[in-house]
Ligand binder design. Structure first.
Ligand code: SF4
Length: 334
């Protein structure tokens, strides 16, 4: 989808034309410009020529119907993953921001795929539109968007922020800013920059270890983004926006999941305005297996007992390889 071309086509047109076009795409979910019958014929033709509405995607649904995953193909043939998670009270879309990822965390399937390029704003928005259309058929809508798919969002800063602002517009997706979350591996400079935007979306920061040494073994960029400076940047974000930070901790069997590391993590986070989200490592990279349910519970109990706010993210859609990078890795022939 080439939404940027809409502005050029509507240049010099009365303002209501933009509202008609936005309504057609984001409220009525047309899939062919001929369906926008309130637009002049010439304009329909120009839009059809320059802003094609078809989305090339392979879609898989989990057996329980709660998770839908799509492998979306860009015009240059690049493929990225996007996931819809249906909860009782919300529909959350997880979007990718890059084709592959240059950060190459040791435990991550996406990191093992290499890196091609950044996605454009419109390529990010296309992932949300895909699920907006399917939900509209059930009289539902996308209520939340998380930037947690393939890639590191802060390495594609401008496109990601443009996408956030677009998602938040009343005449497009109308997604409240507090229902949008950006997840970063912990890039300090990018977090300071986000704080200066004062937009108030949720920020999730990956820790994965309570010590710099272990963290550097898991996350190559941790060497230039040490924990002390990372926490200072997160404090800056909290002070600027009032939004609590979500610290992500992926539990990897025998590597970072001991109760003593849980105690160290609790000591590190005591007094900070935050929530810890525990995630079982996704299978797919040899040597990095998910911790058992029992170990996850023990880790959680330690944090609980030390007064740390802690939640656990459920692994959705394991039957359709719904974790980041898994579908692309297993279906690269698509
Ligand atoms: Fe990139 Fe995130 Fe995977 Fe690290 S965990 S390689 S930052 S996608």
């Amino acid at each position: 989808m080439n939404l940027s071309a809409v502005d050029q086509i509507l240049d010099g047109q009365p303002e209501y034309r933009l509202a008609q076009v936005m309504d057609a795409v984001f409220k009525n979910h047309i899939i062919d410009w001929d369906q926008a019958s309130n637009l002049p014929k010439g304009m329909i033709q120009r839009l059809a020529d320059t802003v094609p509405l078809d989305i090339d995607a392979q879609v898989l649904e989990s057996a329980d119907g709660r998770t839908t995953k799509a492998l979306v193909k860009a015009v240059d043939g690049s493929k990225v993953e996007t996931v819809l998670m249906r909860h009782k009270d919300r529909n959350t879309v997880c979007v990718s921001t890059q084709v592959g990822c240059p950060v190459r965390c040791g435990f991550c399937v996406t990191g093992s795929l290499g890196y091609d390029r950044n996605l454009s704003r419109d390529e990010i928005l296309t992932q949300v539109l895909l699920f907006s259309r399917s939900l509209a058929a059930d009289n539902e809508r996308v209520s939340n968007v998380v930037f947690m798919g393939m890639g590191e969002p802060l390495l594609n800063y401008e496109a990601v922020l443009e996408a956030v602002r677009f998602l938040n517009r009343d005449d497009t997706f109308g997604i409240g800013i507090r229902r949008i979350s950006i997840s970063t591996i912990g890039l300090i400079e990018g977090i300071h920059r986000l704080a200066r935007e004062e937009l108030g979306f949720n920020l999730a920061v990956s820790l994965h270890a309570p010590h710099d040494g272990l963290r550097q073994k898991l996350i190559p960029v941790a060497e230039s983004n040490p924990l002390a400076d990372l926490f200072a940047a997160c404090e800056h974000y909290f002070n600027a926006t009032g939004r609590k930070i979500m610290y992500e901790y992926t539990l990897i069997d025998g590597i970072n999941d001991s109760t003593s590391l849980a105690a160290d993590l609790a000591a590190l986070l005591r007094g900070r305005n935050c929530v810890v989200n525990l995630i079982r490592c996704n299978p797919g990279v040899p040597g990095f297996e998910p911790s058992s349910g029992e170990v996850v519970q023990q880790f959680k109990d330690v944090l609980d007992s030390k007064g740390i706010n802690v939640t656990q993210r459920w692994n959705y859609g394991s039957d359709i390889s719904a974790a980041c990078g898994q579908l692309k890795a297993s279906r690269d022939e698509v």
